[in-house]
Design a protein around this ligand. Structure first.
Ligand code: UD1
Length: 345
């Protein structure tokens, strides 16, 4: 028996596509809406090759309320939403703040409005550890204070969490699970889907794998004089498939009313901090491929160190990020090789 229908906004993107795979594997019916502004329609082929099922797809911009109403007219059985549709480049958000506020907030507000009208039971929201800023101590629990955002991107995540909270506290007839991701990396082990940033990557792993394959000359490691064990920034790198699985559990929790809480917040991380240099070493060890790098000045706005205390998610969701980092590095590399094979990168 097929389970309920879930709308995945931004479902052809990096985390979205991996989540669609896990949802379909768990028996959910999936409708993707995406404007393809930072993804490619071919991702649907990859999802179909992995799961044997092609998700429904609507090309539309979630900020377009008319198009979104049309989508709900076409798929009146949607019972849950996972909202990935958002702009996510920290640097770009400093240059184009309005784009970020408009895309990220209007998308969310449209969805919340339509959920009430159309009897949707819950929304999973993609938030980020960026809401904790530079944390006072690590690992970070969900109780850690929210720090003033240092970029419009980060601010949209904080404001979005507040919008959801205000709307539900005002009596909206649905639930929400807010997931604060740490640093998602890697690709599906089949190498059918993965991360494909437009232009020059800003994030560490796509830059690293593109350097390893020769598209980029060398990786700049931003800063070696941080107050950490080896002087490099520390992050909690979480495998994207582990992350995707948490969304399926969150959806189930809302649709099956497994919790009395109307809003729940979970940190999604491994609980282990790895430095940028330790990650480079893990990549080289796991793949046998050397990464040319140089030490560069610190990048403005970078957090020194942040990693998750995932205990709450572990206990309440019965979920852990269990993929070993070496496997994650191998999947990231297999995906880069696949892009080369296809002549894309
Ligand atoms: C940032 C955001 C996060 C957002 C994520 C996705 C903050 C504080 N963090 O994470 O909220 O969800 O991007 O876009 O706003 N590095 C290098 N060389 C590179 C690239 C990165 O050394 O070429 C280093 C960075 O200095 C950092 C680490 O690698 O220490 C991770 O960087 P990155 O992958 O960009 O993610 P965050 O900045 O942690």
């Amino acid at each position: 028996m097929k389970k309920e229908m879930i709308l995945v906004t931004g479902g052809t993107g990096y985390i979205g596509s991996h989540t669609v795979v896990e949802l379909q594997n768990a028996g959910y019916q999936v409708v993707i809406v995406d404007n393809l502004s930072n993804s490619n329609v071919d991702v649907l082929d990859g999802i179909e090759r992995i799961t044997g099922t092609r998700p429904e797809f609507v090309e539309a911009d979630c900020t377009d309320i008319v198009a979104m109403r049309g989508l709900f007219d076409k798929y009146p059985d949607i019972k849950g939403i996972i909202n990935f549709a958002a702009s996510k480049a920290v640097g770009e958000s400093m240059q184009k703040p309005l784009l970020y506020y408009r895309n990220n907030l209007n998308t969310l507000m449209n969805l919340l409005e339509l959920m009430g009208e159309r009897g949707v039971k819950g929304i999973v929201f993609s938030s980020s550890c960026t809401v904790y800023g530079e944390p006072d101590c690590n690992p970070v629990t969900e109780e850690a204070p929210i720090k003033k955002a240092t970029s419009p991107y980060g601010n949209t995540k904080q404001i979005s969490e507040e919008i959801i909270t205000d709307v539900i506290n005002a009596g909206a007839p649905f639930k929400s699970v807010i997931l604060r991701y740490f640093n998602p990396v890697g690709a599906h082990p089949s190498a059918e889907i993965g991360e494909l940033p437009n232009g020059v990557p800003q994030n560490l792993i796509p830059y690293l794998t593109q350097t390893a394959i020769g598209v980029r000359k060398e990786l700049s490691v931003f800063g070696n004089d941080y107050n950490t064990r080896d002087g490099y920034c520390i992050r909690d790198f979480i495998d994207v498939v582990d992350l995707a699985r948490a969304h399926v559990i969150a959806v189930e929790r809302m649709l099956e009313d497994k919790s009395d809480e109307k809003i729940e917040i979970f940190n999604l991380g491994t609980g282990n901090g790895l430095s940028v240099m330790e990650l480079i070493e893990a990549f080289e060890r796991a793949t046998g491929v050397k990464v040319p790098y140089k030490i560069a000045p610190r990048r403005a706005g970078d957090i020194e160190q942040v990693w998750a205390d995932p205990k709450y998610a572990n206990e309440v969701l019965g979920w852990t990020a269990s993929t070993p980092i070496d496997d994650t590095m191998r999947s990231a590399w297999a995906w880069q090789l696949k892009l080369r094979e296809r002549g894309i990168m």
